[in-house]
Design a binder for this molecule. Structure first.
Ligand SMILES: [Cu+2]
Length: 688
């Protein structure tokens, strides 16, 4: 026996060496990797549909001729998960082998029978409800899958893997601590045994990064910091001898894309920190507001393109990058595009990061105190939203994109919310169009300055929409070959932070609206073909799938903070065989900035936040007698303040949950105030 064993060992080693050396390395989940590399068919296995983020489905049972017959196949309420004012529902459901997986704004995950809507299992995240470092609502943008696991990031900065069959936790890896300002809101990407996750926290002085984890174990394989350390490539775009880049933001709000042939992973980065104060960070500030390519295996830098140099307007690149192949001047080209908050679509060659259609550096207005960049990139073609603001009474100055500001508010469009915010932009290889949701809104930008403290807001200024200014949206088809508008809809409500869509080989474009409507458009002409009232803010991007030969279209309807739409916990699914009708419309978002609701009298307390109206002052408008003292009582989960609009004549200071402060109003007049971390919270005091 011993001699036999001795002979076996060398043989086994030889076979092992041969496998590792000659044969291609076997992928950990060949079936999912194959689906990720193909246009979407029956299953929707990753947030952007496949590795390109194109959100293009090859299914065409539902098409332009029969979409009018579309009705609800089922609607399931997710047991009240994230159905409250502080949450947004931004995830695309994933579907695999007849099972749907969906994640809510509380990071709770549900598995549903994709044909019937029956809940199969549920995962309740149990995340701390006192997380104070979510910048703009509690959100989760979706899931990834592979090797029998579902992957997602949580607001408490953990990346989690669940068993797809049972919903049981397989592993959980902390990337950072939420107490230090870090959260995760983006959907991860799975490919070839690796989970890639971004991190958020650009309003809290963090250092952005992409983290690659071993999908089986959760072990961190590598990190690529979006902000260079001393001496690293890009460090010369920050002031020498300082550590400002260590808290300069550049976080990743959305799912990367990946090109297996080129071996590159692509993503876009967020604003510089502090958002509105560039005075201490002279230089272009890489890699804020940029598109970046890395080697997918090692995280080694490949190329970058910065959309906004030395950002002081919160002009993130927050929408997912999209890979596409096209023909320009008779030449086949490998493209990548990203819809910025600037209102432009940035179209590059994904092999090298060079503009595909043309982007010109142009001189821009200067403000020496802000250390503004001398030039900014202007893409050839059209913007999808207006880039100049109308004058507003009471403001000295209104300007166009890249107009600088200091401590006197300057009104600009687009606002720092976009243009296009986190919403995805699909691409149809049939039309050659990108479909871009936009927000039309002015902001009054002002620098105030902030001292950095770990885990505290670090934005250095404000950008609130001036009271009484209109807010609306656009939805635009852009020709990928020319970067020009093919057709555009002006919409009553903001779409840039919702309104993400999905396009199909059936010639249809599906998208939701914050007033609860879910629409099907002709992808070529933009003509509306179908409309259905879901009963809740319909702001999440829809998906398309097939079970037992039947095509379905799904959308999570649960409202959105940025859109001001009605919260909920519904997943709606439609098919040609469906029989469910629409629900009553929810309250629509406001289309004018400012406090809302009736004027209350006999009130001496203003509530800030509460479980159902976290981002509100209640009552929002009061009438009092001169000499009255008002108590501001924070009954919400998050820190809030009340600050006199627009010159900060009075200020409650930041009040933690449970905190109180008083303000006495001696002089008759009409006073407005906002909450500075949440400048879409408005209040009004009429003193008689
Ligand atoms: Cu607030």
């Amino acid at each position: 026996m011993p001699s036999h064993l001795q002979r076996m060992v060398p043989v086994l080693i030889a076979v092992g060496v041969l496998l590792a050396g000659a044969a291609p390395v076997r992928s950990a989940d060949p079936e999912i990797d194959r689906l990720l590399q193909s246009p979407v068919g029956k299953d929707w296995v990753t947030n952007g549909g496949d590795l390109t983020n194109q959100r293009y489905s090859t299914l065409k049972q539902i098409n332009t001729t029969n979409v009018k017959q579309l009705k609800g196949a089922w609607m399931t309420r997710l047991k009240g998960s994230a159905a409250a004012g502080k949450y947004s529902f931004e995830a695309s459901p994933l579907v695999r082998n007849g099972v749907m997986y969906v994640i809510t704004g509380n990071d709770d995950v549900f598995a549903l029978n994709a044909k019937t809507g029956e809940i199969l299992w549920e995962y309740w995240s149990g995340i701390d409800q006192k997380i104070s470092t979510a910048c703009c609502g509690w959100v989760n943008r979706g899931l990834a899958m592979g090797e029998g696991l579902l992957f997602f990031g949580q607001l408490d900065a953990n990346v989690v893997a669940l068993d797809m069959k049972t919903g049981k936790v397989a592993w959980k890896t902390p990337i950072e601590k939420w107490e230090n300002g870090y959260t995760i809101t983006s959907a991860p990407l799975y490919y070839d045994g690796v989970v890639y996750s971004g991190i958020a926290g650009g309003e809290f002085g963090v250092r952005g990064r992409l983290t690659a984890l071993n999908a089986k174990s959760g072990e961190i394989l590598w990190r690529w910091y979006t902000l260079p350390g001393p001496g690293e490539f890009g460090s010369d775009t920050w002031p020498p001898g300082t550590d400002h880049s260590m808290r300069g933001g550049a976080t990743i709000w959305n799912t990367p894309a990946l090109d297996p042939d080129l071996g590159l992973i692509y993503f876009a980065t967020g604003n510089c920190g502090p958002d509105y104060d560039g005075s201490m960070r002279e230089g272009d500030n890489l890699f804020c507001a940029s598109m970046v390519a890395l080697k997918a295996k090692t995280g080694e830098y490949a190329w970058h393109f910065q959309q906004v140099h030395h950002d002081i307007w919160d002009y993130d690149a927050a929408s997912p990058v999209v890979l596409f192949d096209t023909v320009i001047d008779g030449q086949p080209r490998k493209g990548i595009a990203e819809a910025g908050r600037t209102g432009w679509l940035y179209i590059l060659d994904r092999t090298n990061g060079k503009p595909l259609i043309g982007i010109e550096e142009r001189p821009v207005p200067q403000e020496p105190r802000q250390k503004t960049a001398k030039t900014q990139p202007y893409p050839k073609g059209d913007a999808t939203v207006p880039q100049c603001a109308d004058p507003v009474p009471g403001y000295e100055k209104a300007g166009c994109i890249f107009e600088p500001f200091w401590e006197t508010p300057v009104v600009l469009r687009p606002s720092g919310l976009g243009g296009t915010n986190w919403s995805p932009v699909p691409y149809s290889p049939d039309t050659g169009y990108f479909y871009v949701p936009g927000t039309v809104r002015s902001s009054a930008f002002a620098r105030t300055g902030d001292k950095f403290q770990t885990g505290q807001r670090y934005v250095g200024g404000t950008q609130a929409a001036p009271i009484g200014t209109p807010m609306s949206g656009t939805f635009t088809a852009m020709d990928a070959r020319t970067n020009t508008i093919v057709w555009q809809h002006k919409t009553p409500h903001r779409l840039g932070g919702g309104g993400g869509s999905t396009v199909t080989a059936g010639g249809l474009l599906f998208r939701g609206e914050p007033d609860g409507n879910f629409l099907a458009l002709d992808a070529r002409t933009g003509q509306e073909l179908w409309r259905f009232q879901t009963g809740f803010g319909a702001d999440a991007p829809p998906v398309v799938y097939e079970v037992d030969g039947e095509q379905f279209v799904a959308i999570a309807a649960g409202g959105n903070q940025l859109q001001g739409s009605a919260y909920g916990d519904a997943v709606w699914v439609f098919s040609l065989k469906g029989h469910l009708g629409p629900l009553w419309p929810p309250p629509p978002p406001s289309t004018v900035a400012g406090p809302v609701g009736p004027i209350a009298t006999g009130v001496d307390t203003i509530k800030m936040g509460s479980i159902n109206v976290e981002y509100s002052f209640v009552p929002g408008r009061v009438r009092i007698k001169a000499g009255t003292t008002l108590t501001f009582n924070n009954v919400g989960d998050l820190p809030h303040n009340a600050v006199a609009w627009q010159n900060r004549e009075w200020d409650t200071g930041m009040l933690p949950a449970g905190g109180k402060a008083t303000v006495t109003f001696d002089k008759p007049g009409v006073y407005y105030y906002i909450c500075t971390p949440h400048p879409w919270m408005y209040g009004q005091v009429i003193v008689e």
